[in-house]
Design a protein around this ligand. Structure first.
Ligand SMILES: Nc1ncnc2c1ncn2[C@@H]1O[C@H](COP(=O)(O)OP(=O)(O)OP(=O)(O)O)[C@@H](O)[C@H]1O
Length: 230
């Protein structure tokens, strides 16, 4: 589904991604973890075509994201940063608007229900709580019926109930065949959701395995700290 080989990307003098390689299989939930500035966002931006790599090869569903952006856009859903929507749009209007960008979108009302946002359907985006905004951003990533969803900080800012709701949603979507790339700082999220996880450190893959191989349950954070302490 996704193959990344020797990805390298720099911003001026800053090497954001030095040498990253991994593959993501169909229907996998693939986690990416790493300390701030490790190169996670740059990596996923390259795989969604937002950034062009300086070196390396990326294949997403048989397409090159740097040159075949339209093909990627309709097949890969990307979770936007929460602030990217105009405040005056209602939840329903926002999802309707994004649905219009895709050839075969999900039904916005069905998605609103799935996101537990039915009671906020007509509320303006600007009036939503942080967690509600976050759920809308997950919805926008899924509205186009993508084969792959790239979720950067999926549950940041959500309360424990909302986190569990979003986790269940992602699990249900996986059951329906979705492939997920999940960038996160939450080790419990990795343990709950991810089939495999890459630890990125200083622009390189420091470890890549199933969460239970990297650490026994409940101890992923300790293993992570150990792996990312220079
Ligand atoms: N647009 C940019 N211009 C210049 N430097 C950048 C830019 N974006 C990222 N960087 C730098 O590249 C490096 C990797 O950043 P990146 O955002 O990919 O890391 P990250 O692992 O996603 O971090 P975080 O966990 O903080 O989101 C950092 O040193 C960052 O300061």
């Amino acid at each position: 589904m996704i193959e990344i080989e020797h990805l390298h990307k720099r911003y001026g003098d800053v090497v954001a991604v030095d040498d990253v390689s991994f593959t993501v299989a169909a229907n996998e939930i693939f986690g990416i973890i790493g300390v701030n500035g490790a190169g996670k966002t740059t990596t996923v931006e390259c795989l969604t075509g937002v950034r062009t790599p300086d070196r390396g090869r990326i294949d997403v569903l048989g397409f090159d994201p740097a040159t075949q952006r339209d093909a990627i856009r309709t097949r890969v859903g990307v979770q936007l940063q929460a602030s990217a929507l105009p405040d005056r749009l209602s939840v329903h209007e926002a999802l309707d608007l994004y649905a219009s960008f895709y050839p075969d979108p999900r039904d916005p009302d069905e998605l609103i229900e799935l996101l537990n946002l039915s009671h906020r359907r007509d509320a303006r985006y600007g009036k939503l709580s942080g967690g509600e905004k976050q759920r809308v951003s997950v919805g926008l990533a899924l509205i186009g019926k993508p084969r792959i969803a790239v979720l950067d900080e999926l549950t940041t800012g959500l309360d424990p109930h909302a986190r569990r709701d979003v986790w269940s949603l992602i699990e249900r979507l996986k059951d329906d065949g979705l492939t997920v790339v999940l960038v996160t700082h939450f080790m419990d999220e990795v343990e709950r959701l991810c089939d495999r996880v890459a630890v990125i450190h200083a622009g390189r893959v420091k470890a890549l395995d199933t969460p239970t191989t990297l650490a026994r349950p409940g101890h992923l954070e300790d293993a992570f700290v150990e792996l990312t302490t220079a």
